[in-house]
Design a protein around this ligand. Structure first.
Ligand SMILES: O=c1ccn([C@@H]2O[C@H](COP(=O)(O)OP(=O)(O)O[C@H]3O[C@@H](CO)[C@H](O)[C@H]3O)[C@@H](O)[C@H]2O)c(=O)[nH]1
Ligand SMILES: [Mn+2]
Length: 362
């Protein structure tokens, strides 16, 4: 019998950081205050570091701009994108907490069909604290949810499930469409609230969106590199996609689960589809090569840590995607730099190397 979660969801306020990339404003936090105030925020300010981004009063935060990233990482800062939401992964690296929730600054509190405000963070915590079922599909969706269970024919040997590494939330109002779809359907809005959480089956990739995403940083953090995007790069808006493909392949290899579905947020801003098309066009073309590559990736059984898997993956990226475009050679090298920087900041001695950023006391 799947353990129904009748217990209240733990707040995890000392075990979870909220990472926000921003090149605009943090006013959206006012709406999230009831849900976010107990948590520590890690704000990654993109764009012009001389610009001051106001953090609403009452939040405990650390803020990093490009100067901070360069100061903390030195030459390794080259792996952190500039002028792209990919910069958010710096926040994952400097965090010292077990869990991360990342959200965009144009995402607001949504309401469920009964009109109740959705505490997206609470649902992500529920998702992360309950097992996933990647090895056998449960047709009644999340078996660990109140009022659900494994259906007849579900093997009892698999009912314990596996640790959940990622919780991928969705969006009402502006859906996360690519530029061509945005151009064809400029007025389309997502009003469909699907009351379900699904485990993405082992061996299946998915398009991970960074807008409303939570993960177990201790289980999968080093694989959550959002790549080389934005300024100076031939691609943008594939940051979260790249991370999602790497993460899913490594989760499948290490036996972790990835969930998608609830919670919803209200996505308010449609970015410019023409600007997006310029950023995405290489990605739309290259993904037709990248997806078959990830579908065929085999990681050796000797790779037992995320770092080992990630370094092995970078070698295969260089070998197999480097032929598609020289960009992938650069990306493969940046993947290694990311792991080196991650280990430097997160090894015992490395943690003292993190200079305090401007902002409230930590
Ligand atoms: O150069 C930049 C641009 C944006 N940001 C911050 O990143 C997020 C997302 O920005 P935006 O809402 O404009 O992007 P969308 O088109 O809605 O969503 C895309 O962004 C990624 C999801 O996060 C993914 O590629 C698409 O879903 C905001 O917080 C901006 O402030 C930035 O830091 N630098
Ligand atoms: Mn947006």
């Amino acid at each position: 019998m799947a353990e129904a979660s009748v217990k209240p969801t733990p707040v995890l306020k000392d075990e979870l950081d909220i990472v926000i990339p921003t090149i605009r404003s943090l006013d959206f936090l006012e709406m999230w205050r009831p849900f976010f105030q107990p948590y520590h925020l890690i704000i990654v300010q993109d764009g012009d570091p001389s610009k001051t981004i106001k953090v609403p009063d009452g939040f405990d935060y650390e803020l990093y701009n490009r100067n901070d990233i360069n100061r903390i990482l030195g030459p390794k800062a080259s792996c952190i994108s500039f002028k792209d939401s990919a910069c958010r992964c710096f926040g994952y690296m400097v965090s010292k907490k077990k869990y991360i929730f990342t959200i965009d600054d144009d995402c607001f509190v949504a309401k469920n069909p009964s009109g109740k405000e959705i505490n997206a963070l609470e649902q992500h915590i529920k998702n992360l604290l309950s097992p996933s079922t990647p090895l056998f599909f449960n047709t009644l969706y999340d078996p660990y949810r109140d009022g659900a269970d494994f259906v007849r024919g579900y093997p009892f040997s698999l009912r314990e499930g596996v640790h959940t590494a990622v919780s991928h939330g969705l969006w009402l109002n502006i859906p996360d469409y690519d530029a061509p779809t945005q151009l064809v359907k400029p007025l389309e809005r997502n009003s469909r609230y699907v009351d379900a959480v699904l485990t993405i089956p082992k061996g299946t990739l998915f398009p991970m969106c960074g807008m409303n995403l939570a993960f177990d940083r201790e289980l999968i953090g080093p694989a959550m590199y959002f790549g080389l995007m934005g300024d100076g790069q031939p691609i943008g808006r594939y940051d979260d996609m790249w991370a999602g493909w790497c993460v899913k392949v490594i989760c499948d290899h290490l036996g972790y689960g990835v969930k998608t579905g609830l919670p919803y947020i209200w996505h308010s801003k449609a970015s410019n589809p023409f600007v997006n098309l310029k950023k995405e066009y290489n990605g739309i073309f290259w993904q037709e090569e990248a997806i078959p590559f990830f579908q065929s990736v085999m990681l050796p059984k000797e790779c037992t840590t995320v770092q080992q898997c990630y370094i092995e993956l970078s070698k295969q990226v260089k070998e197999k995607l480097g032929k598609v475009d020289p960009y992938f050679n650069k990306l493969a090298e940046a993947m290694v730099t990311w792991i080196e920087a991650w280990d430097e900041l997160n090894s015992a001695e490395g943690s003292t190397g993190k200079l305090p950023a401007k902002g409230a006391a930590m």
